[in-house]
Design a protein around this ligand. Structure first.
Ligand code: NAI
Ligand code: MG
Length: 363
């Protein structure tokens, strides 16, 4: 089969790390079997410079048609004063909205070679490999009413509203169970059913979805505050954690920092599975931004970007063995002592963006 990828390098270090992903894609294409066809578009400041918008309609259409979008990073001081609706981030928000990317996946992986460099106890994070699945399009960030009202007595009242419908919880729960099947077969659902109605419904729908065809996956429930504590105390107890937008935002940032540098963290945002083909719209991107402070110096760490492509192999193309191989190649390059500047420590060898990419391909 041929898989169509739209590459959106973006701004700053985005294009520099995308070069390394292109090398990885060429490597896979040279192995025979399934192949990847790539097209390229502009997003963020680079799209604004070319077209006066954060993403053109033509590139939006390409994104909607692609099997997966591989996204670099957007933004930078050059575009700090462009109008709000065409600012670089607007390109990413438009992609998320139009592609209905309701599931945000953030893995927290500890590469053995980096376990020693962490400030955390080694036995807590060594071998860590968990996946946080955050609901991305609902909940308290979007619910109405969302207001600040002047009460007239020197007081104001702020209101945010948490709203979840059954279908929104069901589709993220299904995604969690399906991803757990490609991993270690366990899902932990986190909410606050003790104090929130949305938590009660969340718990109910996740439980019902589990009974409906996913009982091969182990399901456990945890109150989100206790879950946060457990995540720091003994993160290896988890495989897939599924939670709402707000808890997921916080818990994924906490989990990310268990394992270290921004330059190491991949992510995926997925849409609903097409009922006919089972395919999901998907966007893969590093967690970090465009790093204008190091752009153009050849020092950017390409690992988050390459690991994001590994997630595409795993979650869009069912290439679990290939994804494992790519993740292993990253681990091996690190094990040989190669480091980009952002993750360098004593006794390691500092290399640039392209050397790191080449080393991973060699592995
Ligand atoms: P940033 O993530 O770009 O950089 C933060 C720090 O981490 C910088 O010192 C940078 O050099 C370093 N860093 C980040 N990625 C790295 C990598 N791959 N290798 C080595 N070092 C790396 O965040 P910052 O500085 O707050 O934002 C810079 C620009 O990026 C802003 O315009 C911001 O709006 C945008 N941004 C874009 C995102 C996206 O495209 N999804 C996400 C976050 C920020
Ligand atoms: Mg956050």
């Amino acid at each position: 089969a041929t898989h169509n990828l739209l590459l959106l390098p973006g701004d700053g270090i985005g294009p520099e790390i995308m070069v390394e992903v292109k090398k990885v894609i060429s490597w896979f294409n040279a192995q025979g079997g399934d192949s990847f066809e790539t097209d390229e578009g502009l997003v963020g400041g680079s799209a604004y410079d070319a077209h006066g918008v954060a993403i053109s309609e033509e590139d939006m259409a390409k994104a909607m048609a692609a099997d997966a979008v591989i996204f670099g990073a957007v933004g930078g001081p050059k575009w700090d004063s462009v109008p709000y609706d065409v600012r670089p981030e607007a390109g990413l928000l438009r992609l998320r909205k139009d592609m209905e990317l309701f599931a945000n996946l953030r893995p927290a992986i500890c590469y053995p070679a980096l376990a020693d460099a962490s400030s955390l106890k080694k036995d807590i994070i060594e071998g860590l490999d968990i996946l946080i699945l955050r609901e991305l399009t609902g909940g308290v960030y979007f619910g109405e009413p969302k207001t600040i009202t002047d009460l007239g007595n020197g007081q104001k009242r702020a209101i945010d509203t948490q709203v979840y419908d059954t279908y929104e919880i069901e589709r993220i729960a299904k995604a969690a169970f399906e991803f757990a099947r490609t991993r270690n077969g366990k899902v932990t659902s986190m909410e606050k059913r003790n104090v929130m109605k949305s938590g009660v419904l969340w718990n109910e729908v996740v439980t019902a979805t589990h009974k409906n065809g996913y009982e091969d996956v182990k399901l456990e429930h945890m109150l989100a505050d206790a879950g946060g504590m457990q995540l720091v105390r003994w993160p290896k107890q988890f495989d897939v954690i599924v939670c709402d937008n707000l808890f997921g935002d916080m818990l994924s940032d906490v989990a990310a920092m268990l394992t270290g540098s921004l330059g190491m963290l991949p992510s995926a945002s997925l849409g609903a599975a097409d009922p006919k083909t089972g395919k999901r719209k998907a966007l893969y991107e590093p967690v970090h931004g465009s790093a204008p402070d190091i752009a153009g110096t050849g020092a950017a760490n390409p690992i988050a970007m390459i690991a994001s492509f590994a997630m595409a192999l795993r979650y869009s193309f069912e290439k679990v063995a290939e994804a494992d191989m790519l993740d292993k190649a990253i681990a091996n390059a690190l094990a040989k002592g190669l480091r980009t500047k952002d993750i360098a420590s004593e006794g390691t060898k500092v290399v640039g963006t392209s050397e790191m990419g080449d080393a991973i391909i060699a592995e």
